[in-house]
Design a protein around this ligand. Structure first.
Ligand SMILES: *[C@@H]1O[C@H](CO)[C@@H](O)[C@H](O)[C@H]1NC(C)=O
Length: 536
């Protein structure tokens, strides 16, 4: 009877709260969906048939190919789905007719596992839950990972040992190949444990690229085997570095989750911290005829710069298994180059006139040749192409400037470059109110262009630049708003109605809380069945 009253009360509260207009975010709550996945699958249907799952009996079972990636997913998801029973007795007030019970999810992976995830990997899968049992089919292990995550989101806890899942049919694949999240570990250092938590959160929203903006002007936490002084002199201090072992640990953690790690070593600008250890790497700035003690971008006129870059990047290429490196190339300030008489002489010798874009192009082209010679691909920021530099066609260009970004997507694809959009997804720019709808509204394909141009848009990235975040707040400021971008990049183009998505996002956020992430609120007033708590 008491239980019955409790159910009634929950219903009443839900009724009262669901009666408002979502837009009025200060006044009313968004009522979370129950057992709906995020991001929304390409094709998804569910039935009222409810299957029970006893957590003491249920198993994942590989019926074809298997490997460490799949085995560790089975292990991980046992805990993600069933492991929170002490803390979260989450009773669902719905009375349901039991249609049967599930004891196993058969996971059918057709081809042998790849060792590392890569651009263009097959992440498609089919999931069926019905009277005949539960089956997940995929061509690759990556599809299986995405499908198991979806499965985990459908399962609801009813009491201590009993869980339920509705009859479901899903056919799913990502809309874009490249779905990334950028973290910046130069402006503030982030612990390995925080980066791992972030990777876990990424996998639960089906992100597949960790863009690691690892160094910048402010600090150089990357430990180079060839140039150890770069971190010993360029990091904030000796504790704010990533050792080779820690970097390997992060890459391995990401691999198991189907996430590529693309490190960014931005140059020739944004490289003040590199200059602390490498003599004559940075351009000396002049006031009149004298050096003024300031340094500018990497000096493109010295051969020593290129021999350094060859050796440095040969090391980087060995450390990071992904085919792509991000080489930056943004915000190169020409003033220092202009002030330096040796650069002026070099410009003359090369017949560049006073066109410093040509000098930048010269630098970038030589750097790309060095990286290309290592059999690696590269990503760069948009200016290199905006400035008209002619670079190799297999470059991936990332659009980051807020101004007219869809025009830049258009222009970059018109020039034939593969393009990744970041410009509309700055998580670090925060303001009061419901902010995620603007992220949700941005679509990398919303420009007038040919089908070939659309095809060149391979995806997008959301970013959390590090000026105002560190270990203390990076996860809560990133999540669940990053998930909004994840849905835009995974789900069908037509899944773009923020009002329709809000209840599902509310559930996704509460699910993250339940899974232990300090995900912030995004829809205004409301509550989760289980609130976030910090052990005292
Ligand atoms: C699951 O089934 C119940 C009825 O047993 C129904 O009320 C509920 O809406 C279904 N959920 C989904 C996600 O289809």
């Amino acid at each position: 009877m008491a239980l019955m009253l409790c159910f009634l009360f929950v219903h009443l509260v839900a009724f009262v709260y669901s009666n408002g207009d979502y837009q009025n975010d200060k006044l009313v709550s968004v009522t979370a969906t129950i057992g709906m996945p995020w991001p929304l699958p390409q094709q998804y249907s569910s039935t009222p048939a409810v299957y029970t799952i006893n957590r003491n009996v249920f198993k994942f079972r590989a019926t074809d190919q298997s490997c460490d990636i799949l085995e560790s997913a089975f292990f991980r998801y046992q805990t993600i789905i069933f492991g929170y029973r002490e803390k979260t007795l989450r009773f669902h007030p719905k009375l349901f007719l039991k249609a049967g019970s599930l004891t196993v999810l058969d996971v059918n992976v057709k081809s042998k596992c790849d060792r590392y995830p890569y651009l263009g990997m097959d992440e498609s899968y089919n999931l069926t839950i019905g009277a005949a049992g539960a089956t997940l089919n995929s061509n690759s292990v990556w599809g299986a990972l995405r499908g198991i995550e979806t499965f985990s989101q459908l399962v609801l806890q009813q009491n201590k040992d009993m869980f339920t899942v509705n009859g479901t049919t899903i056919s799913d694949f990502p809309r874009f190949q490249h779905r990334g999240l950028l973290l910046d570990t130069s402006r503030h250092f982030l612990d390995v444990s925080v980066i791992k938590q972030n990777l876990l959160a990424m996998s639960q929203s089906k992100f597949n690229v960790f863009h690691w903006h690892i160094v910048d002007d402010q600090s150089f936490p990357y430990t180079s085997v060839e140039f150890p002084d770069m971190s010993s002199k360029g990091a904030y201090d000796s504790r704010h570095i990533y050792t080779q072992d820690q970097i390997a640990e992060i890459i391995e953690f990401a691999r198991i989750l189907g996430i590529r790690v693309i490190p960014e070593f931005d140059s020739p600008g944004h490289s003040q911290s590199w200059g602390k250890a490498i003599k004559d790497l940075l351009t000396k700035c002049y006031s009149g005829s004298q050096p003024n003690g300031q340094y500018g971008p990497i000096n493109p006129s010295l051969e020593s710069s290129y021999s350094f870059l060859s050796k440095f990047f040969a090391g980087v290429a060995k450390v990071f298994p992904d085919h792509y490196l991000h080489l930056g190339g943004d915000e190169v300030n020409f003033d220092c180059w202009k002030s330096n008489p040796n650069i002026t002489a070099f410009m003359k010798q090369k017949s560049f006139g006073t066109n410093y874009v040509k000098l930048e192009e010269y630098y970038v082209q030589r750097l790309l040749d060095i990286i290309g010679g290592m059999n690696k691909g590269y990503m760069i920021w948009q200016e290199v192409v905006d400035n008209g530099a002619k670079i190799s066609k297999d470059t991936i260009v990332e659009i980051y400037k807020n101004e007219a970004y869809m025009l830049h997507v258009f222009l970059t694809t018109l020039k034939g470059y593969r393009t990744v959009l970041q410009a509309c997804w700055y998580l670090d720019l925060i303001k009061y109110g419901v902010q995620w709808q603007a992220f949700y509204a941005c679509d990398p394909h919303e420009f007038i262009g040919t089908a070939a141009q659309k095809k060149l848009v391979i995806g997008g990235e959301t970013c959390m630049w590090g000026e105002y975040v560190d270990n203390a707040n990076v996860l809560s400021r990133t999540w669940p708003r990053a998930s909004v971008v994840a849905e835009r990049l995974w789900s069908a183009q037509s899944v773009n109605n923020a009002n329709a998505a809000a209840p599902r996002l509310e559930e996704h956020r509460c699910r993250m809380i339940k899974r232990g992430f300090p995900a912030e609120t995004v829809n205004g007033p409301g509550y989760c069945p289980q609130e976030y708590s910090i052990p005292v």
